[in-house]
Design a protein. Sequence first.
Length: 296
Amino acid sequence: MSFKEEYQKRIESIEDILQKYLPVQQGYQKIIMEAMEYSLMAGGKRLRPMLMRESFELFGGKGKVIEPFMAAIEMIHTYSLVHDDLPAMDNDDYRRGRKTTHVVYGEDMGILAGDALLNYAFETACSAFELEPEKSLVIGRALKILADKAGIYGMIGGQVVDVKESGHKITGDMLDFIYRLKTGALIEASVMIGAVLAGASDEEILKIEEIAGKVGMAFQIQDDILDVTSTTEMLGKPIHSDEKNEKTTYVTLRGIEESRKEVKRLTSEALDTLKGLKYENAFLNELLEWLVYREK
């Protein structure tokens, strides 16, 4: 089976899991469940739950305890996109090739749909305790990683600095800080949670976090490149949005060629560290390499 076929197979499996964990659309508040499903099932790369499961399997994890966490990480990622698209933030009308949540449901429901997805992510992750109560200690540790990496010392922290510094010229150090938190934190959470639930050692968890940090940085720089070089049809969202929002990016700071070199350097280092682990996952290697050459 080719990488593309393997990748598609994994996306389908992840989308089945997401459907399984979505709330039933009922009650006076039914519209929020509809908006949650519209946002969550809009497609996308499903990179974070995919990395989570690959990490889980890399360290020998078995069973379904990983599944609620896979759904939860994608809910958190999706809520961040729903809020990113709001008029007060990036003010985008299209995401993943279709109208954004606030355009379809209104700005008020866009805000509430993001809030609902974030809260429901933790409700979903907590259901892991019912699946495998004997793993309560590692499930608790995985929940703490999820909370930390999604919060003010993780993704939200990066978003705060990103929004605050829009329209200002910033240093390379500050840009690294934004990318490490805004994009890298959830990618780190994904592989760390997979490792923790599989019973990896503390040293192995630190190594996989380091790999994910480099992957997250490379992923975000590649996003900067695509924002300049891709088309709206290919990307599924408006191009030149960074320019519109007057954001400093790797491309504006270092140029396209230097940015491309940095993506390759970071990915190469991540793959070397991954090869240094005593476990093997061929698909994970290919997935990390694909991130460098993706066109959307």
